[in-house]
Design a protein around this ligand. Sequence first.
Ligand code: ATP
Ligand code: MG
Length: 216
Amino acid sequence: MAHVISVQNVKGGCGKTTTAIHLAAALTDMGYAVALADGDPQKSALSWIERRPAKCATIEGLDFTDLNLDELRALKKRKTLDYVIVDGRAAVRGAPLTDFIKISDVILVPIVGLPLDIEASIDFLEKLWEYRKVEKGDAQVAVVLNKTRNSGKIAERIEVLSETLDVEIAAYVPERSGMQNPIEYGMTVFDQQRVTNYAVREPFIELAEYVVAITE
Ligand SMILES: Nc1ncnc2c1ncn2[C@@H]1O[C@H](COP(=O)(O)OP(=O)(O)OP(=O)(O)O)[C@@H](O)[C@H]1O
Ligand SMILES: [Mg+2]
């Protein structure tokens, strides 16, 4: 039985696909069997998998754009799979959001650590708490602070906010141009053995370890 980790925020461009791909890569690197379900009509996660060279560790892809819950449930039941990462679509609300929550064990909300982005995401976090499954703790919600370092005034403000909203911060991902290149070739920094890649991997290892710890 696989755990379903959904990466979701109503806000566009906050790093959902970046988080989903790197989390899938980090978990794969740790030896877990991982599938990536693309819930975004832009299908950027699926096209990344299609570009993936055969020599790289396998990450299975599922087109989840029409929210085919039965297919996803079948994937979840597969004994040989450990994690299904769902890359969510922006502007999700109503029935599609309910479906995402229904299938998720963990909901990761990437937020860029800038005042306007934070404000736009607070409403979404509050909305998640209106769902009984989240309120009861049957689906865990955590924030991934993207393009943000774990220091300085903004980080301090966000920590206060996370306490107020009672939501954990799973990882701080700094802004890094080095992440882009391998993506173009269906890879991530986990597929390339370069010393400069180790620091880029770190926040995603932290995120993967967080996910493993709360799903054990
Ligand atoms: N930590 C980061 N460092 C550098 N660039 C980043 C980082 N996170 C995201 N980006 C870049 O920002 C852009 C938006 O990221 P991404 O596509 O992951 O967001 P998204 O939430 O999936 O967007 P959409 O709502 O369109 O699906 C991309 O060009 C991505 O490469
Ligand atoms: Mg995306």
